[in-house]
Design a protein around this ligand. Sequence first.
Ligand code: PSV
Ligand code: MN
Length: 390
Amino acid sequence: MSEPDRASVKAALTSQRIETPSWAYANSGTRFKVFAQPGVPRTPEEKLDDAARVHEHTGVAPSVALHIPWDKVDDYGALASYAQKRGLRLGTINSNVFQDDDYKLGSVTHPDPAVRRKALDHLLECVDIMDATGSRDLKLWFADGTNYPGQDDIRARQDRLAEALTAVRDRLGEGQRMLLEYKFFEPAFYTTDVPDWGTAYAHCLKLGPKAQVVVDTGHHAPGTNIEFIVALLLREEKLGGFDFNSRFYADDDLMVGAADPFQLFRIMCEVVRGGGLQERAGIAFMLDQCHNIEPKIPAIIRSVMNVQEATAKALLVDRDALESAQLSGDVLGSNAVLMDAYNTDVRPLLAEVRQENGLDPDPVAAYHRSGWAQKITDERKGGQQAGWGA
Ligand code: PSV
Ligand code: MN
C-alpha cells in the first residue's frame, strides 16, 4: 500500500487555482448594518489592486470574479488589461437580477414578460462583458421565488426560467459556460425557483454541456451532505464550480473552512476522488464571501489557505489503503484512513510548497509586513467606497 507520492501532492497544490470575488474586497454587512473599513477600494481597479496582493502572497489566486453592476465600467477590455498588468485575469462574471425594484416578484420568472425581458437583457449583457474580458464563466443566481402559497404558479415559473436559460445558452460563444447556482431559501421564503442541486441539474441537463451547476457551500439546509452532491455532480460531469464560504446558520458567507474545516475536507476528498482537481475537469474554485467585521485582504488570504489546507489533506488520503479497507468491509479501518489524512498537520507541507515557488511560507505574515494595509488607508481618502450597491 503506497502513501500518496509527495511530489505529486506538491505538484497538485502548486497548480491549484482559487478565484477571489471582487465584492469581498468591498464593504459589506448584514441587513442591519454595513461597517465601513478604512482603505476599502472605491473602484473596480482598486479591488484588482487588492486582489493582486492576495495573489502575490499566495501564488494561487490569479483571477478575480466580477459582479455586474457592482463592477460596471465603460471599458471592460481596459479593465482586463489593468488586471493583466498586475498579474491577474478577470474571471467569472456574476450577474445580478436581484437589486432592482422591478424584481420584487422575480426576474426571469416574473409573471410580467416585460420584467422577464429586462432580466434576460441583463444576462445577455453579461455575456457581452465576458466577450470583452475573456471570461469563461457566467454565474447565474436568481433570488426568484414566492413568499406565500398560491402567490404564483410554481410550474409556470419553471417554464419561464427554462426559457430564459435557453436564450442565455444560445448566446454563449465557443468555450463559454453558464454556471447555475442554487440556494434553498432567502430572499424568498415559501418557494425558491432554483432551490437545490436537483433543480439546477435538471435545467442544466436539458441545456447541454455549456450549462453546469455551481455549488455555493452556504446554500444548503443544515445537515445537508454537500460532499455527496459534489460526488454525484462530478460523476455526471455537471459540476461547474464552487462558491466557497462557510456557514453556522444560513447564508452566512463567512470565511471558507472557518465554521467546519472537516466538511471542507470531505468536500475536497470527493473533488480529488472525482478528478476535479485536474484542469480538464474545468471546475472553478471560487470564493463567495463577505468580510463584514474582519480586515478583508488578510481574511481572503486566510480563506485561500484554508482551501489549500483542505486540498492538501484530501490529497494525502491513502487511496490504496482506503480502497482495500472499503472493499473488505472494514468500516473502522476505512474511516481511520480518512481521519489520518484529516488529522495531518499540512501547514509545513504547504510552507515548503510556497518556498519552492519563491513565496513566503506564511502569506498572512508577509501581507502584514508589506505595509499595504497602511498604504491603502493613507491613499484611499475621499470618494465613495465600493459596496454591494455600487
Ligand atoms: C447569492 O447569495 C450569492 O451566493 C450569489 O453567488 C451572488 O452572486 C453572490 O451571492 C453575491 O451576492
Ligand atoms: Mn454564491
